[in-house]
Design a protein around this ligand. Structure first.
Ligand SMILES: Nc1ncnc2c1ncn2[C@@H]1O[C@H](COP(=O)(O)OP(=O)(O)OP(=O)(O)O)[C@@H](O)[C@H]1O
Ligand SMILES: [Mg+2]
Length: 162
């Protein structure tokens, strides 16, 4: 597991891009990463605006990025009462496709924010610290970016810009 993740990190293949609808992608990742959330008391809301919005990207890679982000939120919400994660897509002011994953968990302390994208940085006992580092590589390979901010009301918010 760690070894294959390390391989992925050191030599990410060139993205195989195709055009696909973000609504379809969201359904797929929701099915793969959130099917047991109801039992865990967690809720997911998704929004795509405009509803037919699509993107030219490596679908599998972006799927992997979103699954990791949803799993990170899930971990952050394990002790939460009304854990809520929002997965949304829109065009930003410059016309770039933007995907946001936002949760109402504890957020990330200022002093560790600068480290979360560093390979193998983790605060979880069972974490390998590969998820965000890989996500960053994937977005760079797409000539895009991933950014983090804490929500004003608390909770973490990751933004992918293509
Ligand atoms: N939504 C979030 N809320 C709070 N902390 C977060 C959130 N997402 C990431 N983090 C912090 O960033 C660290 C790095 O995340 P990353 O996904 O890279 O690794 P990981 O989840 O610990 O392990 P892996 O993804 O390899 O299983 C986490 O250990 C956690 O401390
Ligand atoms: Mg992770």
């Amino acid at each position: 597991m760690v070894i294959s993740s390390y391989r992925q990190l050191t030599r990410l293949p060139t993205p195989e891009k195709a055009r696909f609808k973000l609504g379809d992608l969201f359904k797929e990742v929701a099915r793969m990463a959130t099917s047991d959330w109801l039992d865990k008391g967690l809720a997911l809301i998704t929004q795509v605006e405009p509803s037919e919005l699509d993107v030219f990207a490596d679908r599998q890679m972006i799927e992997q990025v979103l699954i990791n982000l949803l799993q990170n939120s899930e971990h952050a919400l394990l002790d939460a009462k009304d854990g809520l994660v929002s997965l949304s897509a829109r065009l930003n002011q410059r016309g770039h496709v933007t995907i946001e994953v936002s949760d109402n968990g504890p957020g990330i302390p200022e002093e560790i924010i600068s480290r979360i994208f560093v390979p193998f940085y983790t605060t979880r006992r069972e974490g390998s610290g590969v998820g965000l580092a890989l996500s960053r590589q994937v977005m760079i390979a797409h000539r895009g970016m991933i950014t983090f901010a804490n929500n004003e009301k608390g909770g973490a918010r990751f933004t992918l810009v293509f």
